[in-house]
Design a protein around this ligand. Structure first.
Ligand code: NDP
Length: 679
């Protein structure tokens, strides 16, 4: 069999391995399948290429342009999953495992594509949080803005997810507008290489947006500065070694680490074998022990169960594990494949042996492992191992040693406080789950344990059909955890994008902030348009374009009419004496909804035109009551424009209503869809 020669992609060229090459073996048969090596790479040239080509090209695009690019990329990869599955069998995984990696990775890109368009502006700068009023008259304001870092993101990935591991970092990085250099773990890097080849062939990303290192990183980290980010997943030892790189320290290079984690799953005190939560717990643990042969950073390593349920859990899990068919991942009937390499097998068996010095092995027999399939003698297969820790208070190894395979330990707890103590003994984790149907338990667990865990996953009979699984990091939710989990944070929706951006506190006048952010800021100068804004198309409308309406008087008849017409005869509008007794009102006042209706009556232009629909209203507040005899007028200002389709876009309007004394009585944001063309 010819060996795959794994190529790096540097400065626009594919570079074959050379110099000291590393051999890569099939996890299933142990045969040599590939070679990788990066001795020839010029890392400074790669950094320069990213900064000079990839960065500027990405930054020219808006968030929406980049989100559309991600969608095209995800669609492209989605149509090419089969060759990636085929290659992935050599990593030891089953088809179900590949789907977690490949489909999960592509799904993450789709989510970022959608979030980019829905939650970020069609602009180059991302406003973070609300405007801060820093002056009495509103002439000096503050706003936090995020702009893309002007460097490169170096992604150092773990062996267990050659595709998801890359794409979950790449999607937020590219959406931020930052190019990436991807360095996969060598043992499964052939799958990553195949995926990057597809990405490059697609031509969807601009030149320099992605480069690939197949092998060591040489002096790459010594060349980074504060505009660069290192995003790492792997062991705590490597994270600590890389983090202590002198250049990383000196230049304050951002280092995001996602590393070892002794994830726990707690069986609530309310759960017994008779409740649906018991089977749910066993199912979740079984899945976490066997999916990807336990090689998931989020897999359950410690089961914390009420003392009275320890034996029940051991019996139920052992019965399920006994039915778990292990072997060739391509063979029919196989439920669990091999670990990713013989090194991993050695490591897992060593770590399990360490755990065995203080816990009893209650299920699992590596010496008599029955394998499904032929020619598997040299494969990296490991039997699932279930341990029981009798004294979890005294034990230390079980709370600190991560056997990165199908290995988990059951331990008993006395009461909720004890369960929380044991959960937190992992020293910081990526995820902890609690299976309970009791909201008080969930609350106490959250108060006692959330600070130690990046994600808390509660599940019970109500949510089990739709729940996403203890071990699945979702692009919407934060992935990462404190302490030994690395202290980093990835994903979490738009939060994950801002890890590749600089948040800057920008202070200035409303006009300047409007110019910077491309969104109208209250207090900025109005622009007069050539015609009523409702007659102007999406592209014709300008940010800041305003109409100021004439006034109308609000009469007692209007209030009476509105009250009887709608049925809203609340006393503040109908009963002078009762209204006067209310500290908010001088007497009978106009309904807030009447004022909104009058506002529309004042600012609309009624003829058919580019404005297609009113789709909502945000941040409505009433500042001052309006009494019979008061006059109201409105200003309507184009606040923000966002393309939605090829035919129309969303226009957000800033609406202010004033009374005859120029006091603001109401304020809100109006959402409309406006066509690109006049019909
Ligand atoms: P490592 O920490 O050894 O490797 C992780 C990544 O770092 C790989 O891409 C690796 O590349 C790279 N790397 C290693 N040394 C250097 C270096 N000196 N300079 C630059 N890059 C480097 O983890 P492994 O993937 O080998 O897994 C080892 C253990 O880590 C597992 O058994 C498990 O316990 C834990 N782990 C935890 C994960 C989690 O998310 N919680 C995920 C994966 C692993 P290369 O492969 O080329 O050495």
């Amino acid at each position: 069999m010819t060996l795959m020669q794994l190529e790096s992609f540097a400065a626009g060229q594919w570079v074959a391995p050379s110099g000291k090459v590393r051999k890569i073996y099939s996890a299933v048969t142990g045969e040599e399948i590939a070679e990788a090596g990066s001795d020839k790479l010029d890392f400074q040239q790669m950094i320069d290429f990213a900064k000079q080509k990839g960065g500027p090209a990405l930054r020219k695009m808006t968030f929406h342009d980049r989100a559309r690019m991600l969608k095209a990329l995800a669609t492209y990869l989605n149509e090419r999953r089969d060759p990636l599955y085929e290659l992935s069998y050599k990593t030891g995984g089953t088809l179900a495992d590949h789907k977690i990696d490949i489909d999960g990775g592509i799904g993450t890109v789709f989510v970022y594509a959608s979030k980019g368009r829905r939650e970020m502006p069609d602009a180059h700068i991302y406003p973070d949080g609300d405007l801060e009023i820093l002056s009495r008259n509103g002439t000096f304001l503050g706003q936090h803005y995020c702009t893309p870092l002007l460097g490169v993101a170096v992604h150092i990935n773990a062996f267990n997810f050659p595709v998801w591991g890359m794409l979950e970092k790449l999607a937020p990085t590219l959406l931020a507008g930052v190019p990436a250099i991807v360095k996969p773990a060598t043992s499964t890097s052939y799958v990553t290489e195949a995926c990057v080849k597809m990405i490059v062939e697609s031509g969807i990303l601009p030149e320099g947006a992605i480069q690939l290192v197949m092998g060591g990183t040489g002096d790459l980290l010594d060349r980074l500065d504060c505009q660069d980010v290192v995003s790492f997943t792997g062991s705590a030892a490597t994270a600590s070694y890389l983090k202590s790189n002198k250049n990383i320290q000196k230049n304050g290079v951002r280092f995001i680490a996602e590393q070892d984690s002794l994830n726990a799953s707690v069986l609530g005190p309310d759960v017994t074998p008779e409740t649906p939560e018991f089977d749910l717990f066993v199912k979740e643990v079984l899945r976490e022990m066997t999916a990807k042969a336990g090689q998931k950073c989020t897999a359950i390593r410690r089961m914390i169960v009420p003392d009275a349920q320890v034996q029940n859990v051991i019996d139920a899990l052992s019965a399920k594990l006994a039915k778990n068919v292990i072997g060739d991942p391509t063979a029919e009937g196989t439920r669990m494949g091999a670990l990713a390499s013989l090194d991993q097998k050695k490591d897992v068996l060593e770590k399990a042996a360490e755990i065995g010095t203080e816990c009893d092995l209650v299920f699992g027999d590596q010496d008599n492992l029955q394998l499904n399939g032929e020619g598997l003698e040299n494969g990296a297969f490991v039997a699932p191992m279930l341990f029981h820790c009798k004294d979890p208070d005294k034990a230390t190894i079980v709370h600190s040693t991560e056997a990165f395979g199908p290995v988990a330990t059951v331990m008993g707890y006395r009461d909720l406080g004890h369960a929380i103590e044991l959960m937190n003994k992992g020293g910081g984790s990526l995820v902890a789950s609690v299976i309970t149907h009791d909201a008080d338990v969930a609350r106490e667990m959250t108060m006692g344990a959330a600070a130690w865990h990046g994600r808390l996953y509660f599940n019970n009979r109500d949510s089990m059909k739709e729940s996403t699984g203890h071990g699945s990091p979702l692009p919407h939710m934060v992935h990462g955890g404190p302490g030994r989990a690395g202290g980093g944070e990835e994903l979490g929706g738009v939060r994950g994008v801002t890890h590749y951006m600089q948040r800057t506190a920008v202070q200035g006048s409303p006009d300047l902030l409007t110019g910077i952010g491309g969104t109208y800021v209250k207090g900025a100068r109005f622009k007069e348009g050539p015609a009523h804004p409702f007659t102007r198309t999406f592209h014709e409308l300008e940010i800041g374009e305003t109409i100021q309406t004439k006034s109308r008087t609000v009469t007692l008849e209007d209030i009476e009419h509105f009250a009887h017409f709608t049925g809203d005869t609340f006393y503040a509008h109908m009963d002078e004496e009762a209204a006067e007794a209310n500290p908010f009102f001088p007497g009978r006042v106009a309904h807030g909804y009447l004022l909104l209706s009058f506002a529309a009556g004042l600012f609309v232009q009624p003829d058919p035109g580019p404005v297609l629909a009113n789709t909502g209203l945000n941040s409505l507040s009433f500042q001052k009551p309006v009494s019979p005899g008061d006059e109201v007028r409105v200003t309507l200002t184009v606040k923000r424009k966002t393309k939605r389709t090829d035919e129309y876009g969303e226009v957000r309007w800033h609406v202010n209503m004033f009374n005859q004394d120029d006091e603001q009585v109401a304020e809100y944001e109006l959402l409309t869809m406006v066509a690109f063309e006049r019909t």
